[in-house]
Design a protein around this ligand. Structure first.
Ligand SMILES: [Zn+2]
Ligand SMILES: [Zn+2]
Length: 373
């Protein structure tokens, strides 16, 4: 495709102009130089952030193209970018939400979320639309890939919608294995059966956990708990009905958890449960957010007497993304059969509302496919 031809083409994209105002606009395709690239977006996964910015709970205050879990094919790439990113035109890739200069101290340590040039200020899916070329997110037919982009090659066997699991499964690997140091033989308790909880369960089992429990709360979580066994769970518990500590002890012959991972959302009681579920000397990873300051059932003294390690975990990194794509391609767990609603632009509003809990029961996984009508 020549530069002249590209200039005449346009990309359709959804722009979030204000909370609940998602408008389709057409953008001219940018010219690609030596250092940047253009991605043809095939699928963009949704997480909690997507519906929170749609409803305004998180709205950063300007018009932008959302979408920060993009999978696509490199449509056009400059020669220096190809060398830097390690990919060629035609390759299917996953896009890391953060940019990295690859030179500063933070980037050299692999902590590119603290990159001095970028940090948290120009993440994909959060850049204002008036910053040229405007196509900075995955709710678009094409996404611009700036010179400091980080890309992960997607194994050829993965279809694009399944490949969007690189983000939640990467989180599952980081929160469920890397951060707590989960070892073969460990007992692992996962609080929250959403896509991240199921991913933590699968990642812990794959790392050799001897026993994995997944908890949920009430009827809304029932269908998720029902499939958790396919994703590594040995035991599922509805905490609205059963005490998770007793259930775990009964199932393990008295043992508590070496590792507890809390990936609940807005469940203030989960933290107290996590502390109670951990064995002395155990590790509790807190990756879910409460949205409140209350922690009913939490007894701080238990942290002391049990000498617990309580670790916060936020986000994922490119190392975990690569591991996730490898695990997806290995087909050990049926991630391709995870209940998923993949929609085009016309149905994006409805899907985001459902995921915010305002409409139909939310799917386990929501994905936007820009080329779907
Ligand atoms: Zn996200
Ligand atoms: Zn940097």
């Amino acid at each position: 495709m020549t530069a002249t031809a590209r200039r005449t083409e346009r990309a359709r994209a959804l722009v979030l102009e204000a909370p609940r105002r998602l408008t389709e606009r057409a953008f001219p395709l940018p010219d690609i130089g030596d250092d940047d690239a253009l991605l043809r977006v095939e699928a963009c996964g949704l997480c909690g952030t997507d519906h929170e910015e749609f409803t305004g709970e998180l709205f950063p205050g300007y018009a932008f193209v959302p979408g920060h879990e993009s999978i696509g094919v490199i449509e056009h790439i400059g020669p220096r970018a190809a060398a830097r990113f390690g990919v060629q035109a035609g390759d299917r890739v996953a896009v890391e939400v953060f940019l990295s200069c690859r030179e500063c101290d933070a980037c050299s340590r692999g902590e590119y979320r603290r990159c001095v040039r970028h940090g948290l200020k120009d993440m994909y899916g959060f850049v204002p639309v008036d910053h040229a070329p405007g196509l900075w997110g995955g709710y678009a037919q094409f996404q611009y890939l700036a010179p400091d982009s980080m890309l992960c090659p997607v194994p050829a066997s993965l279809d694009p919608v399944t490949a969007t699991m690189f983000n939640p499964l990467g989180a599952g690997i980081r929160w469920g294995v890397t951060v707590p140091g989960t070892k073969p033989g460990d007992v692992v308790a996962v609080l929250g059966p959403g896509v991240r909880g199921l991913s933590v369960s699968a990642a812990a089992k794959h790392a050799g956990a001897a026993f994995v429990m997944v908890t949920g709360h009430g009827a809304r979580d029932a269908p998720r708990l029902a499939i958790a066994r396919e994703f590594g769970a040995d035991l599922t518990v509805d905490v609205a009905v059963d005490d998770p500590v007793r259930a775990l002890r009964d199932a393990t012959g008295g043992a508590l958890a070496d590792v507890v991972v809390d990936v609940t959302a807005k469940a203030p009681a989960a933290f107290g449960q996590a502390i109670r579920l951990a064995k002395p000397g155990g590790t509790v990873v807190v990756a879910g957010t409460r949205g409140s300051s209350g922690t009913p059932g939490f007894e701080p003294d238990h942290v002391v007497y049990k000498e617990l390690r309580v670790l916060g975990a936020l986000g994922v990194d490119a190392v975990a993304y690569a591991q996730a794509l490898e695990l997806l391609a290995a087909n050990v767990f049926p991630f391709d059969s995870l209940p998923c609603r993949a929609v085009g632009f016309a149905d994006t509003d409805t899907l985001l509302r459902d995921m915010a809990g305002e409409g139909e029961p939310p799917p386990v996984r929501g994905v936007i496919v820009p080329d779907r009508p």
